[in-house]
Design a protein around this ligand. Structure first.
Ligand code: SF4
Length: 444
């Protein structure tokens, strides 16, 4: 018989003086979300604690059979409560419940059990979900808050994209980071004014953001381009993926990480696909479709802002992404990251990021199927794809993971050298031909 875990509600009174701690999944996006939450009266703090004690707390308080993201998220929260930095009588925890068929919907129950085990059973846990799965009288996502949150995600996607495409080439080290940080601060102020969600202002702001990255002085050189896909937490979180982006940067690569909005739209789209495949409430699929149209509008504003500047590679619209998997996987595969994962790989290859790291957490069967399982199919369509799935779990050593990626990079570098020498050959041939053609004609 399972143990019934008592729930401590987050009440209206708590909203006044409680600090809400949230795991750090996607650093850029969550820094913006933090500002949105504060704007609506929630004293939210995104956790930054890392290190072995996080994994240790996860292992100690969560069953070791649990997926790795749950272990890290719960470990990070308990480590923060243990740190003495927060008044544990005035702190609440926030965790997402995706509502899909996967275990992520049940992390919240694991967290509550772990809190009791660690002696923090009094700490309220707030569920962030779109399906009304759990309610707290002191926590309500109003419509304006939801709109601003979605806007923050699309700004996060834009900033991440531009930062990743500028940092490897910057002449003055640290300039891209400085620009990124200043935009996170500026957007925080713009959220307070409420302007950031109106279409016209959004366009203007995004244009300004693109130009600010464009102005950063760059060295013109070719780099190995690497795409990162995978389970949503280990894909974005440096805690989950052992600072993968930093490692790739040290290896002199340019990194492309498909945005968070794609994942949100994928989750919503599955409501429409479900109805088409299995039936169910038609009105629900109509609502989902309308939501995705709205999100598609935000996405389009961002894509247009990037496309207007030829220096940066813009992502493809979500609808196009969905069409890319027609010959790879069925749309009914929607556990974990489902069909989105191969769709992102297909898109990355088509945009020149043919070297791909697939980040997979321990215990995650769905993503092994839609990650590792589709590699052969993708290579059939794109033979030049150079894909390496990497497992992340408490027992995997960073050295091991990095060595496997280095192997993939050595293949990528060989290809890049071939491309460069072919380009040099072509230029030399063109010069020879044009100089021969321009020989003065001898007069007899
Ligand atoms: S997608 Fe994988 S990591 Fe995420 S809840 Fe499901 S099994 Fe766990």
């Amino acid at each position: 018989m399972g143990i019934r875990v008592k729930r401590t509600e987050f009440t209206r009174e708590m909203k006044e003086d409680y600090t809400i701690l949230c795991p750090d999944m996607a650093p850029i996006h969550f820094s913006l979300l933090e500002k949105v939450f504060r704007n609506f009266g929630y004293n939210m703090t995104v956790l930054k604690n890392t290190g072995p004690s996080v994994v240790d707390q996860g292992l100690r308080n969560v069953h070791n059979d649990t997926c790795y993201p749950a272990l890290l998220v719960i470990g990070q929260m308990i480590d923060a409560l243990n740190s003495g930095e927060y008044d544990t009588e005035r702190v609440a925890l926030l965790i997402t419940q995706t509502g899909g068929g996967c275990r992520a919907s049940n992390y919240i129950h694991l967290l509550r059990k772990a809190l009791i085990k660690a002696g923090y059973g009094n700490v309220p846990v707030i569920s962030l979900n779109a399906g009304g799965m759990e309610k707290n009288s002191g926590f309500r996502v109003s419509f304006p808050m939801l709109k601003q949150s979605m806007a923050s995600l699309i700004y996060g996607d834009l900033l991440m994209l531009l930062y990743n495409q500028t940092r490897p080439y910057e002449k003055v080290q640290g300039e891209s980071r400085k620009n990124l940080d200043s935009w996170i601060d500026r957007l925080g102020e713009e959220f307070q004014s409420g302007r950031t969600i109106r279409q016209r202002e959004m366009k203007a702001l995004m244009k300004e953001i693109v130009l600010s990255f464009d102005r950063i002085e760059r060295e013109e050189k070719s780099k190995v381009k690497v795409g990162v896909v995978g389970e949503i937490y280990v894909k974005f979180s440096s805690l989950g993926n052992n600072q993968l982006e930093e490692f790739l940067h040290r290896e002199d690569c340019e990194v492309m990480v498909p945005g968070l909005m794609g994942f949100i739209m994928y989750t919503v789209e599955n409501g429409v696909i479900d109805q088409q495949l299995y039936g169910g409430k038609f009105w629900r699929s109509v609502v989902m479709d309308r939501v995705n149209r709205y999100l598609g509008g935000l996405e389009n504003t961002m894509i247009q802002a990037v496309r207007k500047n030829s220096r940066f590679t813009a992502p493809s619209p979500f609808k196009h992404l969905k069409s890319l998997v027609d010959d790879v996987i069925g749309l009914g595969c929607k556990m974990g990251e489902g069909w989105l994962l191969p769709a992102e790989m297909m898109e990355l290859v088509s945009k020149g990021y043919e070297n791909i790291v697939v980040t997979q957490p321990f215990g995650c069967l769905p993503n092994h199927i839609v990650g590792k399982g589709v590699v052969a199919n993708i290579k059939r369509i794109h033979p030049m794809a150079n894909i390496v799935p990497i497992d992340y779990d408490p027992g995997a050593t960073r050295v091991n993971q990095e060595n496997r990626i280095k192997l993939m990079l050595s293949v990528a570098r060989e290809k890049l050298d071939d491309v460069k020498s072919n380009a040099v050959d072509r230029i030399e041939t063109t010069i020879k031909e044009s100089s021969r053609d321009s020989q003065p004609v001898k007069m007899i």
